[in-house]
Design a protein around this ligand. Structure first.
Ligand code: UDX
Length: 438
């Protein structure tokens, strides 16, 4: 099928590449000329395992093409996916100006039937707005349908998530549009859930907020574990073994970050507020998430007394492993706060240093050439992101390069017993019983 994706960011580009991979003729539109040029050459602006080779292969096969022209895009695809950013505003609500602009542009070029699909994460009832905007700006009698098709991919495994999703959600109210959508997704082996537009839109915010809630729940439990002398890893295993709960997203740590969870939880609170329904449960989820970093910093201060002029090593800057994304990264937030207190931070991340180097805090820290280099002469090592290479660090070399053997493991990555055998003092998150034994 001929498909158009408007917006070649994380979601748009991965969706386009995967649609091309299963045989569709895909045209991706982006208004950034430089980006389009490099994408045409098969170069991608993000680190995402498997994506670059997929883009190259499908560009070479001419199934995946790029343009800056929305007009060309509207002409090419019978189905047009909108995958433009929906950033947060200062009050937490969603800025829908990019969506509105694309809707007006599509309307301008609409000449025969098109399905317009909202792929971006949008508040419930956005589909209705998109439809009325297009109706207002299109020629009288223009034929189109609007569909909601939220995307659930995770960074770091975006290609796998798209090729083998847990479910595909399609929200629409026209049989013609729904039939086309089902045809697009035929090559993907996954259950398809067909709903009305509002429900599909709501599913995305509800799913992400629930996952954030699970993380804050285990982090609140971690605090109880610390005080009561229990081990949050065992508690997570014990409760997660119940199929109704599930072990996923019960990893206690510094809390959730990234471009989705913080934004989507805030947005969902604002959406509920606008509907006259305060969502206090989610406000608590946010508070717990913020408290995780506060408590972690308190413990570091407790150990070092003052942070000013202390050499602190930080392993990890990306918001999670297997990505170079530093947007709303808890690790970056932590570094900023350490620097604000005068600490001398040496940081290392296997992928995220180029992106971190563009942040305001970059001039105030040292970017190390390796994990061990970051730890040289450090008084404390903080693990902020659980990259696999940190789990297999050479502990003997680490011990000899650090000034004082103190590890604060914000992601419960290391084995406390093994670490202690090398002479380190270790503190994880919610590992009360382990701390006692040490
Ligand atoms: C998330 C959703 O998972 C995805 O479905 C949606 O489409 C976009 O948002 P992503 O932001 O890529 O994906 O990352 P995810 O793997 O979900 O992790 C989000 C954050 O939660 C990370 O900061 C991670 O470190 C944290 N996290 C995750 C925990 O602290 N504990 C956990 O148990 C799981």
């Amino acid at each position: 099928m001929k498909l158009t994706i408007i917006g070649s960011g994380y979601v748009g580009l991965t969706t386009g590449a995967c649609f091309a991979e299963v045989g569709h003729q895909v045209l991706c539109v982006d208004n950034d000329e430089a980006k389009v040029k490099s994408l045409q050459a098969g170069e991608i602006p993000i680190f995402e395992p498997g994506l670059e080779s997929l883009v190259r292969k499908n560009v070479a096969a001419r199934r995946l093409q790029f343009t800056t022209s929305t007009e060309e895009g509207v002409d090419h695809g019978e189905v047009l996916f909108i995958a433009v950013p929906t950033p947060p505003q200062a009050d937490g609500s969603v800025d829908l100006s990019f969506i509105e602009k694309v809707a007006r542009e599509i309307a301008q070029y609409l000449s025969s039937y098109r399905v317009i699909v909202d792929k971006s994460t949008v508040p419930v009832k956005t589909g209705e707005r998109v439809a009325s905007t297009i109706r207002r700006h299109a020629k009288p009698g223009a034929e189109f349908d609007v569909v909601s098709n939220p995307e659930f991919l995770r960074e770091g495994c975006a290609v796998a998530d798209l090729m083998r999703p847990d479910r595909i959600v399609i929200g629409g109210n026209s049989d013609r549009a729904l039939a086309l959508m089902q045809k697009i997704y035929e090559p993907f082996v996954a259950p398809v859930l067909v709903t009305d537009i509002n429900s599909a839109e709501l599913i995305k915010h509800a799913a992400n907020s629930f996952l954030a809630l699970k993380i804050s729940y285990i982090n609140a439990l971690a605090e109880i574990c610390e005080v009561s002398g229990a081990d949050v890893l065992k508690v997570a295993e014990g409760i997660g073994a119940d199929k109704r709960i599930g072990r996923g997203f019960l990893n206690a740590g510094l809390g959730y970050g990234g471009s989705c969870f913080p934004k989507d939880v805030s947005a969902f609170i604002a959406i509920a507020e606008q509907l006259g329904l305060p969502f206090d449960l989610l406000k608590e989820v946010q508070k717990i998430n913020i408290r995780q970093v506060d408590r972690f910093l308190d413990a570091i201060r407790e150990a070092l007394w003052v942070l000013k002029d202390k050499k602190i090593a930080v392993w990890g800057l990306s918001f999670k492993p297997n990505t170079d994304d530093v947007r709303s990264s808890v690790a970056v937030n932590l570094v900023e706060r350490l620097v604000a207190e005068g600490a001398l931070v040496s940081a290392y991340d296997p992928q995220a240093m180029p992106k971190a180097a563009e942040l305001p805090m970059a001039s105030k820290i040292r970017f190390a050439s390796s994990a061990l280099d970051a730890a040289a002469d450090a008084e404390v090592l903080i693990i902020a992101t659980e990259w696999p290479e940190f789990a297999s660090a050479d502990l003997a070399s680490l011990r000899s390069t650090m000034r004082t053997p103190l590890i604060f493991d914000g992601r419960n990555l290391l084995d406390p017993v093994a670490v202690r055998d090398f002479g380190f003092q270790y503190r994880g998150i919610g590992r009360g019983i382990v701390a006692e034994r040490g």
